[in-house]
Write a protein that binds this ligand. Structure first.
Ligand code: DX5
Ligand code: ZN
Length: 225
């Protein structure tokens, strides 16, 4: 998986929560490279989702899956990071607004052996990343305001993907792994890839579909075009 050009991350926010394990199995069978796990706290965003117990159970059933934990909580502290690390997270991202010492928190996530990323809300400027490049394994660019699945992508945020890519090359002379989250579909995935993203979170356009294999083929076809 590591050398795959593009990764698809099915977001369980749009799964059937009463059959979560089977839906994750279905997503992996359909070719989802990563399972995106949205953590919401009703404060940072107006919704409440999955605690670490859910992740622990999923990790038990899927020992080899890549679980991408997206923390939409405030505050982000060592305790919450450790709870999801202990439960089996592979990657953890958080929003800088919720953590005054982002550099230290990224280092803490990495010290747990996980990949660490920062998530940028639509109104969060990419300059936020400027002094953190060396600490970042990836950047998650939100293309909707976080809180719900099934929203429409905000086009200006695709330009932010380009800006992040350009800034990383200019300031560090290397590429940064960019993940895009919100409103991604077969109709816009190519344009987002062209802007510089390599990981695509898909909720309603994947888990929300009856035929997930067909949905996956749609993404792959668009990405190969
Ligand atoms: C939104 C979440 C997303 C969500 C995306 O706050 O962070 O991960 O699941 O869902 P879609 O793909 O339906 O926009
Ligand atoms: Zn997310």
């Amino acid at each position: 998986m590591a050398d795959k050009r593009y990764l698809i991350a099915g977001s369980i926010l749009s799964a059937d929560l009463l059959r979560l394990g089977d839906d994750v199995q279905d997503a992996l069978d359909a070719g989802s490279d990563v399972i995106h796990f949205d953590v919401m706290d009703f404060h940072f965003v107006p919704n409440l989702t999955f605690g670490p117990m859910f992740l622990k159970q999923l990790r038990k059933r899927f020992p080899d899956a890549v679980f991408d934990v997206h923390l939409m909580v405030d505050p982000v502290d060592d305790a919450i990071v450790d709870a999801y690390a202990d439960a089996g997270a592979s990657w953890i991202s958080f929003h800088p607004e919720a953590c005054p010492h982002a550099e230290r928190m990224l280092a803490h996530i990495q010290s747990r052996g996980l990949k660490a990323g920062l998530a940028l809300n639509p109104s969060t400027p990419p300059q936020m990343l400027s002094y953190l490049w060396d600490r970042l394994d990836f950047v998650l660019v939100m293309t909707v305001n976080p809180g719900y699945g099934g929203q429409k992508l905000i086009p200006a945020c695709v330009r932010k993907v380009e800006d992040v890519r350009r800034m990383a090359v200019k300031e560090t002379a290397r590429k940064i792994l960019i993940e895009v989250d919100g409103g991604v579909s077969a109709a816009n995935i190519r344009e987002i890839a062209d802007a510089g993203a390599r990981i695509f979170v898909v909720g309603s356009a994947f888990f929300g579909q009856k035929d997930r294999r067909e949905a996956m083929r749609g993404f792959q076809k668009a990405l190969e075009a």
